[in-house]
Design a protein around this ligand. Structure first.
Ligand code: SF4
Length: 432
């Protein structure tokens, strides 16, 4: 008999959240693996409640909830983003009886959402085994073992050990004779957009990033595989595709250029977006031209800081001259200020606010959108170690306090009014 497995993407508990084409990619990958076994899969995405806006992005439905005591000092309201709890319970009931539940938790500081989902599954489905994976389970294995309520904490990216985790509960599903990708399309859940991954991991090791902690090195998919997936999703009616790669432009002659040529040749009437910042260093005239021909509408580049020394010390992925050239190539092809956004971080360890302001002015001169992002420390990274060494945080810091909003407010040492002034200035510049 097929094993009945429920996959759950729990709620976001946060001060702010907006859906920029996000889907639980790790869970989709797990679904792909399980789909090759004799299983019957069901999926509940607690964040599946968005009011669609431009290009399929949107606002999540949300409800105000009580702030955890650790966050009391933050003067913002705290919310649960996603479907109502009763709706979740109703959906779980529809799938009973279940043999197994697999859950993810995408951001470590959203763990209260996973805790709530575990509680409700227990109340509704009895003592069905629950396996928790994802970023929180990987980076905070001990915390998740102690606090999540799940029976098994799965650490790391998807590998054969997911089979081990399932066997722990006495299940040994056989391989299916005919494998199909039927579940992938079903998982889209009627969303008008889809995320795409053409490779996992990243060859760089930036001090503030967890890419190498969450992937087993940098690994590409064959271009034809990506094209098949894209074509299949397009045939289901999806028109907006977001590349979620960490290093989409790396080694361009071997990777992105051949892929973009194939996309252009396919002539799909689709739109493409790159919400993860691209490496400006690799963006040359030909890539800009291919992106225009393929119909890219949202391009995000990563600068993080304008300070040359900090760029080098934290990983050397980009320099100011790279950014200037990349923006010029994009503008030459007709991309507008609204379509080109650049990420600029504030709150990096030891970063003065004047450095961020300098970055803002640099980007204004380039006439691009400025995407200010708050630094949040990720356990296991060099930036984390630096903050622990300098006594700013404790190694045992609760994941809740690594929330970007919280971190900037409580630990960056900036005057909140000055930060607010800078944010308002950027907002009015972006709106022009
Ligand atoms: S280049 Fe980007 S994805 Fe790669 S390590 Fe640096 S920040 Fe992370």
């Amino acid at each position: 008999m097929n094993l009945r497995i429920l996959l759950v993407n729990p709620w976001i508990h946060d001060f702010a959240a907006y859906n920029l084409w996000s889907r639980p990619l790790g869970l989709l990958k797990v679904a792909g693996y399980l789909d090759s076994l004799e299983t019957e899969l069901f999926f509940i995405d607690c964040t599946d409640s968005i009011e669609i806006r431009k290009y399929g992005t949107g606002r999540f439905r949300s409800e105000r909830i009580e702030k955890p005591s650790l966050l009391r000092q933050v003067p913002r309201s705290y919310k649960r983003y996603g479907i109502a709890a009763e709706e979740f319970v109703g959906k779980v009931k529809e799938q009973l009886p279940l043999d197994l539940v697999l859950m993810t938790c995408v951001m470590s500081y959203w763990y209260p959402g996973a805790q709530r989902a575990v509680e409700l599954v227990r109340e509704t489905a009895g003592d069905v085994p629950i396996i928790l994976g994802g970023v929180y389970a990987t980076l905070y294995h001990e915390h998740a073992s102690r606090c999540s309520g799940a029976d098994f904490i799965y650490k790391g990216p998807l590998s054969d050990s997911i089979g081990f985790a399932i066997r722990t509960f006495g299940f040994r599903p056989k391989k299916r004779r005919h494998v199909s990708a039927r579940f992938r399309a079903g998982l889209q859940g009627g969303q008008p957009f889809a995320p795409l991954l053409t490779a996992s991991g990243c060859p760089y090791r930036c001090h503030y990033c967890a890419s190498d902690l969450l992937s087993k090195g940098y690994e590409r998919r064959p271009a034809d595989d990506v094209i098949d997936e894209l074509g299949g999703l397009f045939n289901t009616g999806i028109r907006d595709f977001a590349f979620y790669d960490d290093a989409l432009l790396f080694d361009p002659e071997e990777h992105i250029k051949p892929l973009l040529r194939k996309i252009v040749a396919k002539g799909l009437n689709a739109r493409f977006h790159t919400p993860n910042g691209l490496h400006a260093r690799f963006l040359d005239r030909e890539i800009a031209r291919l992106m225009k021909a393929a119909n890219f509408r949202t391009i995000r580049l990563s600068l993080e800081t304008v300070d040359h020394q900090r760029q080098e010390v934290t990983g050397g992925k980009v320099g100011n001259e790279d950014m200037k050239s990349a923006v010029k190539y994009l503008k030459d092809e007709g991309f507008t200020k609204d379509e080109i956004g650049v990420y600029l971080m504030y709150g990096l360890p030891g970063q003065p606010l004047d450095e961020v302001r300098e970055g803002v002015e640099f980007l204004k001169d380039l006439d691009v959108r400025i995407n200010l992002t708050e630094f949040s420390p990720i356990k296991g990274t060099k930036s984390w170690e630096e903050l622990v060494r300098s006594g700013v945080i404790d190694e045992g810091l609760d994941p809740l306090l690594t929330n970007n909003t919280v971190f900037s407010y409580l630990y960056s040492g900036y005057d909140p009014q000055e930060v607010e002034g800078m944010r308002l200035d950027v907002k009015s510049y972006n709106a022009k």
